[in-house]
Design a binder for this molecule. Structure first.
Ligand code: CA
Length: 224
């Protein structure tokens, strides 16, 4: 996942860049609106963190250009605290979200993750594989008529497996796709969540069709 940070204050740009990199994202930075707009319109960028007051071209103009070319790209606007008009303008202009400066990095990271998840979910409609039906946006699954409510991570994990039916998905791949990190925090995160899914999707005499492939990963059986 690649994030573009458009910010002219070097200290803030650096703080955001380092933090997002530590979270496992690829990060590009632009120090003015012209460069920011050029990079934002490149296909590789998955989300933009956009300062509102920029040299060259202001945040509002950059946002307008992004909305014309890439209407679904999540854009989080950074604005100085108390600039309520900026906030309203920004949301009217199509910002996905906004954060007032100064902000805690954790807050930005949480919003980045949430908007990336949402953007990913919205590109797909309901999935149907192996007797399971999943609505990734509503986070509802159904198996043999039994309805199951899922958490965000559970829904993301199941959606990923369902988009790769029959394939062995490694722990590393699942961590990257669902938790957006490339290192295992050492908590068996993936196997814990696979366990949640099995419990929720399993039926008496009919365990969930999620297999463990020894030292390789997990696989959703295509047919029951
Ligand atoms: Ca600025």
């Amino acid at each position: 996942m690649e994030i573009l940070v458009v910010e002219d204050e070097p200290a803030i740009a650096d703080f955001v860049r380092r933090g997002l990199m530590a979270e496992g994202f690829e990060v590009r930075t632009a120090a003015d609106g012209i460069e920011g707009e050029r990079l934002a319109l490149g296909a590789a960028v998955d989300l933009v963190v956009l300062d509102w007051m920029l040299p060259g071209r202001n945040g509002m103009d950059v946002l307008a250009a992004i909305r014309r070319e890439r209407p679904a790209l999540p854009v989080i606007v950074l604005t100085a605290r108390g600039e309520l008009e900026d906030r309203i303008e920004g949301l009217d202009a199509g910002a996905t979200d906004y954060i007032a400066k100064p902000f805690a990095f954790e807050e930005l990271a949480a919003r980045v993750r949430a908007h990336l998840r949402q953007a990913g979910a919205e590109t797909g409609t309901a999935l149907e594989v192996a007797g399971i039906r999943l609505d990734p946006i509503a986070r509802r699954a159904e198996r043999e008529g039994h309805r199951v409510a899922l958490s965000g991570r559970e829904a993301d994990l199941l959606a990923y497996l369902m988009r790769h039916p029959g394939a062995v998905c490694s722990q590393r791949e699942l961590l990257a796709a669902v938790w957006e990190t490339d290192h295992d925090p050492g908590t068996n995160l993936v196997s814990v969540y696979i366990g949640y899914l099995r419990r929720k999707l399993g039926l008496p005499g009919s365990p969930a069709p999620i297999e463990t492939v020894r030292s390789a990963g997990y696989r959703l059986r295509e047919r029951e």
